[in-house]
Design a binder for this molecule. Structure first.
Ligand code: OKP
Ligand code: ZN
Length: 343
């Protein structure tokens, strides 16, 4: 399987508000380096860099004004005299009257975000646009007839919505790839999100559409981030009704229960008959993940990959979460090896 990777991810190294203090984010550069090292050690296949894409390729999944905000946020922030990382700290929640974009950067940060989990620093735009370009390069390879590819994206993307960043995400890499695939003539795409956290951003972007089926298996939002989406009764709207499938699972979920959900996903994907399948591949479902609550073990990822391989669709894997840095490489690459029947 071909891997698409860029060292530009290192340009983004964020902070996180945790336990009342600012610390290094769990979403750190070593994550992608560990996965890349494992791709090489396992002999997964060739490794190429991204092609370049105009930022208009991100519009569709995102709004133009959001892309403009993201690309310019760091300059606006430092123009105010601050040199620390930029974090949103106020949000337009229910009950506040204004839905206008504020003029000042602190207001814009809140307007275009869902939480304080996506800090912006000098290299953020270059890193997140490189990450999106990896997914775009991967989906273009599938259109060339390649059966599968792995976009080693960092930062991740599935929490980023049409007009907001959040949960370590900025550009929704999987959604951008799906939209590009449709724009290039595909009739139907399916996105299967197996990260521990609900892919709220991907859900939102395609919620009223029937061409892109979104399926997510994740920790029950009653007790897990992002808390405000991911329930089973969110099934899509208008023409998209029935094309959004959420399978929330309880804390402590192990392979048996996860595999049952995966088989349901497979049946829905078969009904959709997609031209391409995009897998939002998070391995924060691992038993030792520091921020998640499932109990998958390293060999389980081989089985998961095998099941996805049997779906039979041209498949692009897009890296999402996974925070147990020592094991993220072996777990993610196990899915890919399982997919290729190398388990
Ligand atoms: C991103 B992905 C903030 C705690 C909230 C956010 C988790 C984002 C996960 N201090 N954590 O889905 O792996
Ligand atoms: Zn996650």
């Amino acid at each position: 399987m071909l891997t698409i990777y860029s060292s530009d991810h290192r340009l983004h190294h964020g902070v996180e508000l945790k336990d009342g203090a600012v610390s290094e984010s769990f979403e750190k550069p070593a994550r992608a380096e560990t996965v890349l090292a494992r791709v090489k050690a396992a002999g997964l296949g060739g490794i190429i860099g991204p092609q370049s894409y105009d930022r208009s390729s991100y519009v569709g999944a995102h709004s133009e004004r959001y892309i403009e905000f993201l690309a310019g946020a760091w300059s606006e922030w430092i123009a105010t005299g601050r040199t620390c990382q930029a974090l949103p700290l106020v949000w337009p929640v229910r009950g506040l009257p204004s839905i206008e974009v504020p003029q000042f950067i602190d207001g814009k940060l809140g307007f275009f975000s869902m939480d304080a989990g996506s800090p912006i620093n000098a290299g953020t735009w270059d890193a997140v646009s490189a990450s999106a370009n990896l997914a775009l390069t991967g989906i273009d390879r599938l259109s060339d007839g390649t059966r599968s590819a792995f976009a080693l994206c960092r930062p991740p993307g599935h929490h980023a919505g049409r007009e907001y960043m959040g949960g370590y995400c900025y550009l929704n890499n999987a959604a951008i790839a799906a939209q590009h695939c449709i724009a290039r003539g595909a009739e139907r795409v399916a996105i299967l999100d197996i990260d521990f956290h609900h892919g709220n951003g991907t859900q939102e972007i395609f919620y009223d559409r029937s061409d892109v089926l979104f399926i997510s298996i994740h920790g029950d939002p009653a007790v897990s981030f992002p808390y405000f989406s991911g329930h089973a009764n969110e099934r899509g709207a208008g023409p998209g009704e029935g094309f959004n499938l959420n399978m929330p699972l309880p804390k402590g979920t192990a392979l048996d229960q996860f595999a049952t959900a995966l088989h349901h996903a497979g049946a829905a994907i078969a009904r959709h008959a997609p031209d391409a399948l995009i897998v939002s591949l998070g391995v924060d479902t691992f038993e030792d993940d520091p921020i998640s609550h499932f109990r998958l073990r390293t060999p389980d990822y081989l089985r998961i990959g095998e099941v996805i391989g049997r779906f039979g669709a041209p498949t692009l894997f897009v890296m999402e979460g996974g925070y147990m840095v020592d094991e993220i490489g072996v777990n993610a690459v196990n899915v890919l090896l399982g997919f290729e029947g190398r388990a």
